[in-house]
Design a protein around this ligand. Sequence first.
Ligand code: SF4
Length: 475
Amino acid sequence: MSPPDGIAMPAKPAATGCHGGAETMQDAARAAGKSAMLDRLAADYPKGPHDQPQSMCPAFGSLRVGLRMRRVATILSGSACCVYGLTFTSHFYGARRSVGYVPFDSETLVTGQLFEDIRKAVRETARPAEYDAVVVINLCVPTASGVPLDLLPKEIDGVRIIGIDVPGFGVPTHAEAKDVLAGAMLRYARNEAEAGAVASPRTKLADGQRVTLIGELFPADPPVVAAMLAPMGLAIGPQIPAREWRDLYGALDCSIAAAVHPFYTASIREFAAAGRAIVSSAPVGESATADWLDAIGKAANISAKTIDIAKAQALAPIRAAMAANPTTARLIVSGYEGSELLVARLLMEAGATVPYVGTALPRTEWSEPDRAWLEAQGTHVQYRASLEQDIAAMRDVKPDLAIGTTPLVQAAKEQGTPAVYFTNMVSARPVFGTAGAAALPGIVATQCKGRERFSRMVGFFEAPGSTKPAKAEVV
Ligand code: SF4
């Protein structure tokens, strides 16, 4: 994929893991018997052109998915510094739950005692009155040392035991780590459902055909989607990642899995194994919503006439919301949530110019409609975007507003460009349907007004008589 005129992409940065030793860790893990697991991760979460986007420890994604579930205990196995960072971050994001930890030293690691300690911790934690499942997450060092979580019991007194390896040298982003745990749970739940009767979700499932939405969504988004599907007689079921174990059965019990976040490769594999249709893209803006409702309707064998009725009801208010919230801003969009292409597509339909979209996630077949649409408008779509590529794009595009990761926002503000953190923007607002068509262009218009303020700030901090910002001096 070549960049459009005017955007110079920097050379590929050198591959580095969290501690600069990804290849060493990979070699150690393979020597310790983890080759099949690493091959699976490499196939599910392909790397390149940049080997590992700069973001937080990937294991946070798995930890977060476990911590957000009712009646699920989560135990980390890893270096104390990694566990400190992960627990700090999870409590910063309001986990309000304890995180289990099995510590180790070089002796317990090399003698195999660490695995025995993990097994003991799992036995003590698996109390059926309190938990449906116990999740154990191997971080980098235990994974590289071959700690065999697959040898843990699969179940203790009815409590499911899920052991997963989530090494930073195998899972590129925290977004994909969400899929590692969600996929492992779906696999377990699918096998249970295929073996016999399972519990119903706490909230009764809607009658008729259901659509399961895959992705962590703003709470107002699923009801918006449900309203768009209702004219076709379709409903939504529990989402993935699930909030309770029994919701996994409800999520699997659908006609269609909608990959609205396009990187849940392991989860989608389980829906496909269960015989469910998979639909790409998502209902953002007018054209994507029309295409998405068409695809959903066809997958559910709904008549063309009924699909047209659903489209007419959904599209008119979206069109009106966009007309009421126009934008002419020039933007770049970059993030590591996996919804970057959708957000860019929505903003372009609202009138924005978006020459560059970067995402830390890989290219998958479920974002293909959005990639094709964006590139047809002349937008450069950069999968596995590095910070260096995002910054180079910002310098070339000279946007009115940069929507991006924390370091990109910092770089933008240093040069006086208004900028907003992608995650904060999309996680606190609806994206789908009419609500998204009003909310996102609105925030862009508000943020763009800050340009003059940023210019004043840059001017204020510049040293007198200098064209460079003032530097602190040690006296
Ligand atoms: S688990 Fe691995 S990627 Fe995460 S902080 Fe520790 S060394 Fe880094």
